[in-house]
Design a protein around this ligand. Structure first.
Ligand SMILES: O=C(O)CCC(=O)C(=O)O
Ligand SMILES: [Fe+2]
Length: 543
């Protein structure tokens, strides 16, 4: 029997059984490893004869191979399993992230959609100058539109505004407008609206849950006739309603007033209003004859920057009023509107001591200082170049030369009654203290207006329908620095659409030497410009 060397592994008696780990442990520990072989023996068989010092195992290499293979397979399976787990975890994480991202995107898109939907609703709705519930304001707007643009109550009730479609009115609406016109002493309008109400009732038009009878309408008509001095008409209406509805509506009041005979009310409108209404109804810019410089009606307005010039159209010489085309771009005007759209507040009138909401000015406004918008700052600079007037707003450099841009939005019926821009008395705001007064106005149109909304100069006879990006420029002070009373102007009510403007008021401060006073006390702005040109010529001739 020949023994050849085959590995024999002594297994530690304390170890129970054979394991892959023991195998390697003992192989690496020289003292504890027997190397022996047995001819003919099969690898892996236990040699019982060598059990003297413990349980010696004869390890068959095949077994080792199998064990190694098994171990490798198991290890590989474990690794694969781990990999699988990792892959599953990664997939789950990716799916969760994708789902979250999709949900967030959907939510953001939805929020944006609802916001832009709301915005588009807001821009498409025809906003009354009055807030919801302020029926008086809405009614006054309609009466203003009716009188300025000579509309009939019956057309308006059908929603017909000079051919443009508006909302149709119910008998309740027309009755309330009739009532309002009565309280505003607009007796003719009141009768017109009450007659329309009777017609609508006779046609069976719904009163939208508001019980309104012809007798109630007639009782109010009786009162209107009485105040208009038509006692006999008032009496005959009373005779009619005291049988049909003796206690309804204004019946009792009419009965009392017929006994007292109140003094007739005088119509409210004056000549000034007719001029205003006529100018507001003009569709085109009214050119005022310019006897001094006919060739200068249309000219290029040179700026203080060479080759930088704008098309200017002169509308009046005394007072000096002109329009400058394309002073701004759509991007700039849209940005000004966007800047203020969430902070507009109802415009007020008044003085330093008290400002209040008034029917003389109906619109929403906000201010933009140059420091808060580079577009505003650029525009101020452009206005300086174009007008030749200082427009700085640096408080450290002394009193300000301009106010912030005053951005105004007018809705349906929104208007500004006839007024002058400069402050009178001691009304000047502290922020402009020491700046003098508003010597010039540059009014920038930030939108077109479908119908109405012109700026009119009632004394100068100038009407300017809004054109987006056009600027209207005028001097409020004569060259001798006196307030120019020919600059009385107004914003006509908006009939269809919306109107956006930005006012830029230029003050005396910084402009004392920029706005020259001319050679004669009554010099016009054009005279001054000519004097300056001649002066420069003489100066350059002399050189
Ligand atoms: O809206 C207009 O056209 C005129 C506005 C105006 O005169 C003003 O805001 O002072
Ligand atoms: Fe004004």
């Amino acid at each position: 029997m020949v023994f050849s060397c085959i590995p024999r592994i002594q297994v530690d008696p304390t170890t129970h059984g054979f394991s892959f780990f023991n195998f390697y442990r003992y192989q690496n520990n020289a003292e504890k490893v027997f190397i022996s072989t047995r001819e003919g023996s099969h690898f892996g068989r236990v040699d019982n004869r060598n059990h003297g010092d413990g349980r010696n195992l004869l390890v068959n290499p095949e077994v080792v191979k199998v064990v190694v293979v098994v171990v490798v397979v198991v290890a590989a399976a474990v690794v694969l399993l781990l990999l699988l787990v990792v892959v599953v975890v990664v997939v789950v994480v990716v799916v969760v992230v994708v789902v979250v991202v999709v949900v967030v995107v959907v939510v953001l898109v939805w929020i944006n959609y609802t916001k832009s939907f709301r915005r588009s609703l807001e821009s498409s709705r025809v906003p009354f100058e009055a807030e919801a519930g302020d029926l008086r304001g809405a009614g006054l707007s309609l009466l203003r539109l009716q009188s300025v643009y000579q509309l009939t109550a019956s057309d308006m009730a059908q929603g017909d505004y000079l051919g443009h479609k508006g909302p149709a009115l119910s008998p309740r609406d027309t009755f309330e407008i009739g009532q309002l016109a009565f309280t505003e002493s607009r007796l003719n309008y009141s009768l017109e609206w009450l007659n329309v109400t009777l017609t609508l009732l006779s046609q069976g038009t719904a009163t939208s849950g508001y019980p309104l009878t012809p007798a109630q309408v007639k009782a109010l008509m009786g009162r209107v006739y009485l105040f208009a001095g038509s006692d006999h008409l008032a009496q005959s209406l009373y005779d009619e309603v005291k049988f049909t509805d003796p206690t309804g509506g204004d019946s009792i009041q009419l009965g009392k007033e017929l006994d007292v005979k109140p003094r007739a009310l005088l119509p409210k409108e004056d000549d000034n209003f007719h001029n205003f209404s006529r100018l507001c109804s003009l569709e085109n810019i009214l050119h005022v004859p310019n006897p001094w410089h006919p060739s200068m009606v249309c000219r290029y307005r040179e700026t203080s920057v060479p080759y930088y010039r704008f098309k200017e159209e002169l509308l009046s010489v005394q007072p000096f009023v002109s329009v400058i085309y394309n002073l701004t771009s759509d991007t700039e005007t849209n940005s000004l509107k966007e800047h203020v759209k969430d902070r507009l507040v109802r415009a007020k009138v008044g003085d330093k001591a008290r400002t209040y909401v008034s029917d003389t000015r109906t619109g929403d406004l906000s201010w933009i200082w140059d420091s808060e918008s580079h577009i505003a700052a650029n525009l101020s600079l452009r206005i300086k170049h174009v007008t030749g007037l200082e427009t700085t707003q640096d408080e450290r450099a002394g009193p300000l030369s301009t106010e912030a841009f005053q951005v105004v939005n007018y809705g349906l019926g929104g208007h500004y009654e006839v007024h002058l821009d400069p402050f009178q008395g001691a009304d000047i705001e502290p922020v402009m203290a020491g700046s003098g007064n508003r010597i010039a106005t540059l009014l920038l149109y930030l939108s077109d207006v479908t119908r109405g909304g012109s700026t009119v100069f009632t004394k100068a006879g100038v009407a300017v329908p809004p054109i987006k990006n056009m600027a209207l420029f005028w001097y409020n002070m004569r060259p001798d620095q006196e307030l120019d009373l020919l600059t009385f102007h107004a914003g006509c009510p908006v009939l269809i659409g919306q109107k956006w403007i930005a006012n830029k008021w230029i003050w005396t401060s910084g402009n004392t030497f920029r706005r020259r006073c001319g050679l004669s006390p009554r010099a016009s702005q054009l005279d001054i410009e000519e004097d300056m040109r001649n002066g420069y010529r003489q100066l350059s001739d002399a050189r």
